[in-house]
Design a binder for this molecule. Structure first.
Ligand SMILES: Cc1cc2nc3c(=O)[nH]c(=O)nc-3n(C[C@H](O)[C@H](O)[C@H](O)COP(=O)(O)OP(=O)(O)OC[C@H]3O[C@@H](n4cnc5c(N)ncnc54)[C@H](O)[C@@H]3O)c2cc1C
Length: 429
């Protein structure tokens, strides 16, 4: 039975909402007078946690220094230094450990639950919420909120029921309903656009190589100027280096996702059309590449090109593809490789150009860029600067990170800060 009043009402049962509710209840000693109510519109809270990280949930990242951590947020960036200096990745590891869940670091720095199952994270959060006395109500969607003249809020639910709250926390992720509630309480909105997506290549010249992974590869996005832009050369290229996966529609992998995250808005403005420069050598110096060719000519002179790659980590399928593209017979011996062909190969390895024709298939995007502007929120407490008593956390804000656990980290941080501030306000009032 849904109570008609509560001290704190959290709208949205995702990671940010759970963290805010648990932290508020725990910091107040487990007994917030009037209680903490957590409302989730669907029958199952924490759905994204469950499907995250391929069912394993990449909870956070082994990036311990807040000054470095902020570099992983295309939106948010330096503004997050303050919040992360109070609750960062190390605090997340400790928090989960204290609540019975051990996180394990992988070689690339991502942290997953020891069980390798996202359900462990869901179970931990649900158990912690129950233990802290948070009252969870599912299938309860917040629809409209109004600020009451004497302070506090009245929240109307889609079912028609109403709840009054002294403090309201919006943790609705990228769902438009939360943005609408925030707007009705005076907040602006940075237009949401997809972030972290894969790229579709026009006429997919690499289709035969689907499944090939290379690491590192350097990607550079060459953005065409927007119609009416002051200077044709004014657009800064975006560059990323790291693993790239060739897919059936184009390119994926961490470097591609990071590239699209940082260029999310610029690509949207250009309807996802741009040129991509790919350096399959990962940005190695021309002299180093030439050295490999010299070595191969000298030491592998009698070998066929198709049987000896300039460096061992170069995918054989990609190497054969580049030979074919350059019209070079793979059965030619290294000693007989004409200089002109060598030059063409070096260019293909360091500077292949592809036309981007769109985003990857629907459903690939992991997060939304845009949301409630950070300037409208006190980042020490996550309380609204526009509407006192209102708190905003998680993906609802204009913050998004690259892949690797950074998006959840922002949820843990913003939720925890809101929880501390709520508990402090409750103790003082
Ligand atoms: C497939 C996929 C995999 C991902 N993997 C990772 C990963 O491994 N690591 C990582 O860091 N990030 C990952 N992310 C990103 C991460 O899931 C999000 O950044 C994160 O879930 C945002 O948390 P949130 O609590 O702000 O919003 P959400 O997780 O979206 O939660 C919001 C909740 O509020 C509810 N809600 C919405 N509107 C209302 C309303 N009006 N009333 C009541 N309830 C409402 C929703 O049903 C939802 O349960 C992944 C995302 C996807 C889609």
């Amino acid at each position: 039975m849904l109570p008609s009043r509560a001290s704190v009402v959290v709208v949205g049962g995702g990671p940010a909402g759970f963290m805010a509710a648990i932290a508020a209840a725990e910091a107040a000693g487990g007994s917030v007078p009037g209680g903490v109510l957590l409302l989730e519109s669907t029958p199952e809270p924490l759905h994204k946690v469950l499907i995250s990280g391929g069912g394993r949930c990449n909870v956070t990242h082994a990036c311990w220094d807040p000054r470095v951590l902020v570099d992983h947020y295309p939106r948010g960036g330096k503004a997050l230094r303050g919040p992360f200096s109070r609750f960062a990745t190390g605090d997340t590891v400790a928090w989960f450990q204290a609540h019975g869940l051990q996180l394990v670091e992988e070689p690339d720095g991502r942290l997953f639950p020891r069980s390798n199952r996202s359900s462990s994270v869901v179970d931990t959060l649900r158990r912690a919420a129950i233990a802290a006395g948070v009252e969870l109500h599912t299938a309860q969607a917040g629809q409209v909120a109004e600020a009451l003249p004497g302070g506090g809020f009245r929240l109307r639910l889609r079912s028609g029921a109403e709840v009054e709250a002294e403090h309201l926390v919006l943790a609705t992720g990228s769902h438009p309903s939360g943005q609408r509630i925030a707007a009705s309480l005076g907040h602006g909105l940075v237009a949401p656009v997809p972030s972290l997506f894969t790229l579709t290549l026009a006429d997919h010249p690499l289709l035969d190589l689907a499944g090939v992974a290379m690491d590192p590869v350097q990607l550079e996005l060459l953005l065409p100027p927007l119609p009416g832009a002051a200077s044709a050369g004014a657009t800064k290229p975006q560059r990323q280096r790291g693993p790239v996966l060739i897919t059936h529609w184009g390119l994926s992998g961490p470097a591609t996702l990071r590239l699209t995250a940082f260029a999310a808005r610029a690509l949207r403005e250009r309807r996802y059309r741009a040129e991509l420069r790919v350096d399959w050598t990962g940005g190695r110096k021309p002299a180093e590449l030439e050295g490999w060719f010299v070595d191969a000519r000298r030491e592998q002179a009698r070998r066929q090109l198709g049987n000896w790659r300039p460096w061992p980590d170069l995918s054989r399928r990609l190497w054969l593809h580049l030979l074919t593209l350059g019209g070079i017979d793979a059965s030619l011996r290294w000693a007989d490789l004409p200089r002109r062909s060598e030059q063409a190969l070096v260019t293909a390895l360091r500077d292949s150009r592809y036309q981007i024709s769109g985003r990857g298939p629907f459903g690939e995007e992991f997060v939304t860029a845009g949301g409630i502007p950070l300037a409208e929120v006190n980042l020490a407490t996550m309380e609204s600067r526009v509407q006192p008593g209102l708190f905003l956390v998680g993906e609802l804000l204009d913050v998004d990170g690259v892949t690797g656990g950074f998006n959840f980290q922002h949820c843990w941080t913003s939720g925890w800060l809101a929880g501390q501030a709520l508990a402090a306000q409750r103790t003082c009032s």
